[in-house]
Design a binder for this molecule. Sequence first.
Ligand code: ATP
Length: 330
Amino acid sequence: MSEPLLAIRDLVVEFGTGRDAVRAVDGIDLDVYPGETVGVVGESGSGKTVAMLAALGLLPRSGRVVRGQALLGGTDLLRLRRRALRRIRGSRVGMVFQDPLTSLHPSYRVLDQVAEAVRVHHPKLSSAEADARAIDVLDLVGVPEPARRARQYPHQWSGGMRQRAVIAAAIANQPALLIADEPTTALDVTVQAQILDVLRSARALTGAACVLITHDLGVVAELAERVVVMYAGRVQETGTAEQIFRGPRHPYTVGLLATLPRLEGPVLPLTPIPGQPPGPGERIAGCPCRPRCAVGRDRVECATSRPELRELDGTGQQVACHCPHDGTAS
Ligand SMILES: Nc1ncnc2c1ncn2[C@@H]1O[C@H](COP(=O)(O)OP(=O)(O)OP(=O)(O)O)[C@@H](O)[C@H]1O
């Protein structure tokens, strides 16, 4: 395999300080290879967003990286100065967040905002050239009549069209990496499939690798080649989409999959995973999944020792569990 484009190593992120510090990301490793899509899944609060924000130098003031590396093409983003990082964001890395309204400024025309994304990284372009490039990209992401529509303001666009504009701004500079954080969650169900299609074609057009952060395994099944399952700030399982969907080894992943509606076979009621994730700042001695795990709930080892992420049988699939599933059922 080639070198990873993005390699996150032992990343630890905390909010607050001293005894009140809350560890949101607790030593994760994550590799993204050129051109691939990695789905990062987990329930709300599992640390997916914070991990990526930390890697890109976008943590809110109360958050800090305690240790770790985020290597993009070998350069540690966590050691870069703000200006250098800003240059990388929007050029080598494009970002799409959940709510397009918060990514677009309400008082500027869509055209100005996409053209600005172009101009920041190509300062020598004239404004007419940047506008033309912006209109081309809006066309690529499926905005109808882009030359006319782009002169409107975000509030004149539907949610789905606004997300297309955000995707256009994210890919305008041909990034090597696209980070999409819950890109369809705020949208109407009918529009979600269209936006997934737009992401798929954005990926194909740019050849960018993609980190797709979502709590929705259905979205991951549609787009990702590899899957990382997070819980309580840690990676619990990782493997190819095929491995995770057909032979999950971590009881938590098995539970997550049971919450997925099935298109084939009898219609079964959805089974939520019983219980709640650990609260922020809760100290965990053993496996963080144990209180919600039918397999490990009463095992002493699960209560006392933290399972490390390890490869089980030479397939590349890794799991952090003392008593993994045998992988024969999903
Ligand atoms: N601004 C903040 N201040 C304090 N703690 C925070 C802040 N943002 C996140 N956290 C902490 O980090 C944890 C992980 O949050 P994160 O947003 O990464 O979760 P997530 O898996 O992306 O879930 P969601 O899908 O709900 O965003 C949260 O449970 C919370 O304890």
